[in-house]
Design a binder for this molecule. Structure first.
Ligand code: G6P
Length: 372
């Protein structure tokens, strides 16, 4: 009913709007003002956390994209090597696992069979498994050694939104906590980022307040046959997630690419009028990367693409090459996906609705896939 949907036409819209709250709830009680984290609930002792020499993140679908972002954060803040793998591939290739490996299993529902089978395999090899999950008492946390719950509240729409953003937060918390426990050369940065994390719900709210032009753009693209998404560094998994959302909801062919790979193949796809959505990296800090992505935007536009650029406030370099510009507030580089994902969710949701499709129950998909 309309009441259940909080006045929105679709659960997905309601769940997108709930994201600031979901993020705040996931941080609640875990972060203090001084920038210290307490995650005792995880049931992994500091000694166990100090023994870890490798991290493997496993997940499916949207949760896999959270894992891809986690790799950047984990390796940067902890210096522990981290791999990310689709759960459905992981156990069939004889992965190298032992007691020093921490396997992080990310799942909104906690019932995804591919992931359950993968984590069972990891535990048989003696690895410790930490679940990041949104559903209390579901199978995946029950079968794991430890769990960190996301507090997104129930997610009804098949396409994950607040589930994804809270998974990102949980991954950041794990990475930062490992940094805190083990000590890292980024000690000061870790404390600063913990404080910045607490400011993210408000920034997501700012992004949400500015979404009408994105919805208008989506409605203007109902006849698009294909849409490309480009990103780099943590913007790359965001591009993959934007493409996945568009496929799932609007049944439009969509691909996400690492912007640096454009010249190695995808640029051949660019033709007149093709919408290309670019997640621009922050112009601060890693400015070399930013310059390269600005060149990519120029290159695709010169070949006729219609460029839609998601960029940080104050990033003026992208302005001349953006047919449409979507602004997000400035944030630490690794936290940017919490902001840049939101316009892509809105875009897919609105486009699917404009095509008259069932946004909450897309064809052929299930909210939780309990078969392998
Ligand atoms: C299904 C859903 C996706 C979801 C994936 C993983 O395919 O349609 O939206 O990302 O499962 O779900 P999980 O509950 O494990 O996060």
């Amino acid at each position: 009913s309309a009441a259940e949907k909080g006045g929105y036409a679709w659960f997905m819209q309601k769940e997108i709007a709930e994201q600031p709250r979901a993020l705040a709830d996931t941080l609640l009680g875990r972060v203090d003002e001084s920038g210290r984290l307490s995650l005792d609930e995880m049931r992994l002792s500091d000694d166990e956390l100090r023994e870890i020499d490798k991290i493997v993140v496993i997940a499916c679908g949207t949760a896999y994209h959270a894992g891809l972002v986690a790799k950047y954060a984990i390796e940067h803040w902890t210096r522990i090597p981290c791999e990310v793998e689709l759960a459905s591939e992981f156990r069939y290739r004889d992965p190298i696992l032992d007691r020093q490996t921490l396997v992080v299993a990310v799942s909104q529902s906690g019932e995804t069979m591919d992931l359950l089978m993968a984590l069972r395999h990891a535990r048989e090899q003696g690895s410790r498994v930490l679940a990041i999950c949104n559903t209390n008492g579901s199978t995946i946390p029950r079968e794991s050694d430890a769990v960190l719950y996301t507090h997104a509240g129930p997610e009804v729409a098949v396409a994950s939104t607040k589930g994804f953003l809270t998974q990102l937060v949980a991954c950041y918390l794990v990475a930062l906590y490992l940094g805190q426990v083990r000590g890292t050369k980024w000690g000061d940065e870790v404390t600063a980022v913990v404080r910045d994390l607490a400011a993210m719900p408000e920034k997501v709210e700012k992004v949400l307040e500015a979404m009408e032009p994105v919805r208008e753009l989506a409605r203007s693209l109902v006849d698009a046959r294909s849409v490309l998404f480009l990103g780099r560094h943590v913007g790359y998994p965001v591009a993959l997630e934007g493409a996945l959302k568009l496929k799932e909801l609007a049944y439009i062919h969509a691909e996400g690419f690492a912007a640096g790979e454009l010249k190695h193949g995808p640029i051949a796809l660019i033709e007149d009028g093709l919408p290309v959505i670019v997640v621009a990296p922050s112009p601060r800090g890693r400015s070399l990367l930013h310059d390269k992505v600005v060149s990519n935007i120029q290159e695709v536009r010169a070949r006729g693409a219609r460029t839609i650029v998601i960029a940080e406030e104050g990033d003026e370099a992208v302005v001349p090459y953006a047919d449409h510009l979507v602004r997000v507030p400035a944030s630490p580089v690794l936290l940017q996906p919490l902001l840049t994902t939101v316009p892509l969710q809105e875009f897919a949701c609105e486009l699917a609705a404009a095509k008259g499709f069932d946004v909450d129950q897309p064809r052929n998909l299930a909210k939780s896939v309990t078969v392998e």
